[in-house]
Design a protein around this ligand. Structure first.
Ligand SMILES: Cc1cc2nc3c(=O)[nH]c(=O)nc-3n(C[C@H](O)[C@H](O)[C@H](O)COP(=O)(O)OP(=O)(O)OC[C@H]3O[C@@H](n4cnc5c(N)ncnc54)[C@H](O)[C@@H]3O)c2cc1C
Length: 352
């Protein structure tokens, strides 16, 4: 996978200044598009480098870090994009803490950025993990998949000297990409036994049957139709997870068969590390409302119209931030579409 850009622009800007908040695949794709259209682009990201989940969550054997570094260098050196790292953007002075905030050195007020630039694009993704929601889920050695993968990424990139725990027996809960990556990483890093547990069957796993079978062939044990009921903690340490068996019922609101617990089928899988991969939620740079920019109070996604414009006409949003958990390709497409709308918005302003 390559993240380099080819365009006619000389990177000198001249057609206006655009701020991109969030340097993941959506923000990077938009930056590439906009510098090619001769805009001056400043990217703001809370992390020490761009790439978002590709750089700091997805393991390197799936998305090689070198290609991301190459693409970002290309944007900087050849097209004049400016990357402002370790900078958290938030509306107002009470900045919310999200996952991945450890490297933040300064915070900037979103309203000031909006005033300073002709257009602003928000692409801050989904940097908050859902909890298991069962007793014991806040015990030591229970981590979110994002927290675990992020810790390994910063350690492997040499940004932290704190080696994350390996664990003898690791239980992962979930069936999406985060679950697959967490289970595979645990195995690669030296865990002796890794269980990937999911409440439906392999056919319904969001990561797809192929991915599940692939990591099974590497040694991960797949346990389907189970749901955790509690994390067992003894003397402050995790010793296992109690599960109840499930059966599938009629389709639920997601269209997939509803998993129904089978009473009396409780059983324990021993573990000394538990990884919760039960989803991440959007982390907009605001709490529900910031001037005219609004997030859906339930889903936390930023609300945009069909031109990807928020309630403030020169502020746009893209990527996982408007859809919830998605995929790299979709985030890239979303960033490109938003950039095209920004371009036509700024062009139309000049004509008038
Ligand atoms: C563990 C995991 C594994 C995945 N595996 C795959 C896979 O194999 N294949 C696939 O296609 N997809 C995968 N995905 C999904 C994919 O990574 C995302 O859909 C994609 O990265 C979304 O891109 P984005 O630009 O919207 O957000 P992100 O990639 O999350 O980028 C958002 C950026 O915004 C920055 N940011 C956040 N808040 C602020 C703030 N307030 N101020 C400044 N900066 C901020 C973050 O530091 C980050 O750099 C995976 C996701 C996860 C979590």
């Amino acid at each position: 996978m390559k993240f380099t850009f080819m365009c006619k622009g000389d990177g000198k800007g001249g057609r206006g200044r655009v701020a991109v908040v969030g340097g993941g695949p959506a923000g990077l794709a938009a930056t590439g598009y906009l510098v090619c259209q001769e805009y001056e682009v400043d990217v703001f990201d809370k992390l020490p480098f761009a790439g978002g989940m590709m750089m700091f969550a997805i393991p390197p054997y799936r998305v090689p870090k070198e290609s991301i570094i190459e693409g970002v260098e290309d944007l900087e050196k050849n097209y004049g994009a400016k990357f402002n790292y370790r900078t958290k953007v938030f509306c107002g002075s009470e900045v919310r803490h999200d996952e991945g905030d450890e490297y933040v050195e300064k915070s900037l007020d979103l309203t000031k950025i909006i005033q300073e630039y002709e257009a602003t694009l928000l692409t801050t993704g989904i940097w908050l993990s859902r909890k298991l929601g069962v007793p014991g889920d806040d015990a030591r050695n229970v981590y979110s998949a994002l927290e675990y993968l992020y810790s390994w990424s910063v350690y492997d990139l040499g940004l932290s000297t704190h080696k994350p725990p390996v664990g003898e027996r690791v239980v992962v809960v979930g069936g999406g990409y985060s679950a697959i990556d967490a289970a595979e990483t645990a195995l690669v890093k030296g865990a002796k036994e890794v269980y990937l547990t999911y409440r439906r069957t392999i056919k319904e796993a969001p990561a797809g049957e192929y991915e599940v079978r692939r990591i099974m062939s590497e040694g991960v044990r797949w346990v389907e139709l189970v749901q955790p009921t509690k994390v067992i903690v003894e003397n402050g340490r995790v010793t296992g997870v109690e599960f109840v068996k499930m059966k599938l019922g009629e389709p639920d609101e997601s269209g997939r068969p509803r998993p129904i617990p089978i009473p009396g089928s409780e059983h324990v899988i021993e573990a000394n590390i538990v990884l919760a991969a039960v989803g991440e939620v959007p982390t907009p740079p605001l709490d529900i409302v910031c001037d005219g920019i609004k997030a859906d109070p339930k889903r936390r996604t930023i609300i945009v119209n069909n031109r990807m414009q928020t309630g403030v006409e020169n502020v746009f949003a893209a990527g996982d931030l408007i859809t919830g958990a998605s995929m790299i390709g979709k985030a890239v497409g979303s960033g490109l579409r938003a950039a095209a709308f920004i371009d036509s918005f700024l062009r139309s302003r000049r004509v008038v």
